[in-house]
Design a protein around this ligand. Sequence first.
Ligand SMILES: Cc1cc2nc3c(=O)[nH]c(=O)nc-3n(C[C@H](O)[C@H](O)[C@H](O)COP(=O)(O)OP(=O)(O)OC[C@H]3O[C@@H](n4cnc5c(N)ncnc54)[C@H](O)[C@@H]3O)c2cc1C
Length: 417
Amino acid sequence: MNLAVTSRASMLTLFHTTTISITSSANTIPLPSRQPMDQNPKRVVVCGGGVIGVCTAYFLAKKGAAVTLIEKSDVACAASGKAGGFLALDWCDGGPVESLARASFNLHRSLSAELNGPQSYGYRPLTTLSLTVTESDSNPPSSSTPSKSSTVPSWIDGPIRSPRTIGTPETTAQVHPQLFTRTLIARAVKDHGAQVVIGKLERLELVGGRVGSVVLEGGRVIECDSVVLALGPWSGKLEVLSSLCRVYGLKAHSIVLEPREPNSITPHALFLSYYPSRGGKAIDPEVYPRPTGEVYVCGMSAEEEVADDPEEIRGKEESIEMLKRVAKTVSSHLGEGGARVKAEQACFLPCTDDGIPVIGEVPGVKGCFVATGHSCWGILNGPATGAAMAELVIDGNSTIVDLKNFSPARFLGRGKV
Ligand SMILES: Cc1cc2nc3c(=O)[nH]c(=O)nc-3n(C[C@H](O)[C@H](O)[C@H](O)COP(=O)(O)OP(=O)(O)OC[C@H]3O[C@@H](n4cnc5c(N)ncnc54)[C@H](O)[C@@H]3O)c2cc1C
C-alpha cells in the first residue's frame, strides 16, 4: 500500500535490492523493570491515547512516574485502533528508523510474553507474501485459476501471479492494534497506578521557560513536571510544535471482513501489487487475516486536512468499494457470498516532512517532549518509542535506542516546507 512517502511497499523495494543480515538470536529484549516506589515521583502528563502515548505512559508508569494520560475521545479511537497491526523486524533496515524498528519488534515479543499477547491482543508470528493481482471484469472462478506455487495457501484462489515469501514467522508478526493499545493502558492503570483523563489538551503553561502544567478544554489545570505530546496527526495543531515543524495527516482506508469459514484462512499477511480492470492505476493494498477470525484489508491513501474530532473521520465511498473489490478478487472467501463486512473506516497516518519520527525534548521548552510522525510504522515502533521516551524523561537519556536521528532539534533553522 502506498501509505506514505516511507510506505511499507517502498521499503520492500529496498528489502529486495539490498543484502540484509538478520540477527538470529533469541531476539527478545528484557523489559525495563519496575522501579521502587519513589516518595516524590515525577509527575508526567502524556497527551494522546494512541499507541505512542499509551506505550509511553506504560513504560513511564512502570519506571515509577506518576502518570496521567489525557485523551480527548477514547483510547485507540484513531489510527492506533484502525491500523493493520503488522510488525516487521528488518524492513526498515538501512534507513534512519532501523534501530528503533529492530528494538521495537523484539520488545513486542517480550511484551507478548509478559502480557499474554496471543490471548489478550492477537499477537502472532506470520508468514508474509508478496503477490501480483490483475483484476478483470470477468475474473475466472476459483477452479479455473492458474495453478499457484505451493507457498500460496488454498484460500487465495484469485488471479494471482509472482508469489514471493517476503517475511517468515521469525521476521514478521502481527497484533490487533486496538486490543494491544487498550491492554497496555489497562495494565498501566491496574499495575502501575497510571490515570486516564478524557479531555482535550488546549495548551501548556510555562513557568520560567519550563512546563508547569497543562490546561484542558473547559479550564481544568493539571500540574506536572514534564509533558509528552503524542497527538499523532493532531500534533501539528499545537503552537509549541507547529512553530518548529510540520506534522500532517495522510488519510488511509480499511475494511474488516468476517469470513463465513474463518478456519480456512491461514496466518499469511499479503502485500499486493494490484492492477484494477480497464487500466486503472495500480495500487498496493495489504490483507491481514487475524486470529479473531476477521480479515483486515487496507489501502487507498491521500493527504487531507485532519478533522478535529477523531470520531468524525469517514472514508470515501469509492476507496471503500475498491478495497471490497480487492478482497473479492484475491479470495472467494472474502467476497459477498463468503464474508460479511464488519467495518468500513478511515484514519490518518501522522507524517513529518522528512518522513522520520520526531522523538525528544522540544528545543527551548524544558520538560516538554514530543513523540510523533511514525507514519505507517507506529504500531511496530510504539514500544521502543515509549520505552526510550520513559528513559529520556526520567533519566535524561535513552539507552534502549539512540534518539539522535529523531531529535526535534533537527528542524531548527530549516524552515517548514
Ligand atoms: C490504514 C492504516 C494501516 C496501518 N497499518 C499499520 C501496520 O500494519 N503496522 C504499523 O506499525 N503501523 C500501521 N499504521 C500506522 C499506525 O497506525 C500509526 O503510525 C499509529 O497508530 C500512530 O499512533 P499515534 O499514537 O501517534 O497517533 P493516533 O493513533 O492518531 O493517536 C493520537 C491520539 O491523540 C488524541 N488527541 C488528539 N488531539 C488531542 C488533544 N488536543 N487532547 C487530547 N487528545 C488528543 C486523538 O484522539 C488520538 O487518540 C497504519 C495506519 C493506517 C492509517
